[in-house]
Design a protein around this ligand. Structure first.
Ligand code: CUA
Length: 324
């Protein structure tokens, strides 16, 4: 390849792998979609070559006009029969792939609700009568098809983990559903794919696929109450959390903070990302976020706490980072 071709193809090739790529499937449903893409692409390449070959043929190689009968045969054959057969074939192939996408899950059920601009995530293991509450991260075990029920609070969102499967809209007042069967453990990325307001692009989430044993152990930890703060700084952070009214929106199970207006923070520090997929889970990112969330996510409902001293915000972040 020449230098220029390499530069032009770099961004294209970069889209083929990574945590949020349709072409790097880590689940059965994404595998089906990736195959569909390659089949369609191969067909499109063949048709492109055919059409351009014909253009070349009639302009350069045999430019003399066809007889009337030859022209009619070309129009009927190439303009009606050929596309009808090709499109019917693609339709049958596409429809045959659809039931796999709609298959019902068994065992684990997740209920995910889209908010502006974050995700409430409930885990309902088989037979559970109350959910295990989390937010902004979806964890799934390999080797089983999990059922995912989708809702939205105020406006339409869309739930999509490209590495695991197709997307499904989340509609206020109506439950939609999908199911996913992940196959490859790893950390992937989901993204809201329906415009839902000014921070639509900043509404993402971590998607973690685990072995069934690791998942069960994780879910058991997730179901437990928050750990009590161990250091003096973390204890001070907890006092600030409670006295500043953070518990008016957030829940930290095992403390007086029990509101469910914003994301549940019981095991916040155990998640891969902060603020619905847009910041790393670190003490410094948490400080910046608490001081001025609007700077990272325009239109966010959480107020900034920039009026607190650096020391107080630091203590708050220390407490929250202890919530593994
Ligand atoms: Cu939520 Cu776009």
């Amino acid at each position: 390849m020449t230098g220029r071709a390499v530069w032009i193809s770099l961004p294209l090739l970069a889209g083929c792998s990574g945590v949020q790529s349709v072409l790097d499937p880590a689940g059965r449903d994404a595998q089906v979609l990736a195959e569909l893409f390659w089949v369609m692409l191969a067909g499109a390449v063949v048709l492109w070559l055919l059409v351009n070959g014909l253009i070349l043929y009639v302009t350069r190689i045999a430019p003399q006009p066809l007889s009337r009968r030859g022209a009619e045969a070309l129009i009927i054959g190439g303009g009606i029969i050929f596309p009808a057969v090709v499109l019917a074939g693609l339709l049958v192939y596409g429809l045959s792939e659809m039931p796999k996408q709609r298959a019902e899950g068994a065992g684990l059920t997740l209920r995910v609700t889209g908010h502006q601009f974050w995700w409430r995530v409930e885990y309902w293991p088989d037979g559970a009568d109350a959910p295990i509450l989390a937010a902004n991260e979806v964890r799934l075990p390999t080797g089983q098809r999990s059922e995912i029920k989708l809702n939205a609070e105020r406006v339409i969102h869309s739930f999509w983990i490209p590495a695991l499967g197709g997307k499904t809209d989340m509609i206020p007042g109506r439950e939609t559903r999908m199911s996913l069967e992940p196959e490859k453990p790893g950390t992937y990325r989901g993204q809201c794919t329906e415009f839902c307001g000014e921070s639509h692009a900043y509404m993402a989430f971590g998607a973690v696929v685990m072995s069934p044993e690791a998942f069960d152990a994780w879910l058991e930890r997730e179901a437990a109450d928050a750990v009590a703060p161990e250091t003096q700084k973390a204890r001070r952070g907890q006092q600030i959390f409670l006295s500043e009214g953070c518990g008016g929106c957030h829940q930290i199970r095992g403390t007086p903070a029990d509101a469910q207006v914003g994301p549940d923070l019981t095991h916040l520090a155990g998640r891969t990302t902060l603020a619905a997929g847009i910041l790393p889970m670190s003490h410094s990112a948490l400080r910046d976020w608490i001081a001025d969330p609007e700077a990272f996510k325009p239109g966010v409902e959480m107020p900034g706490y920039g009026h607190l001293s650096d020391d107080d915000i630091g203590a708050l972040a220390t407490y929250l980072m202890s919530l593994k």
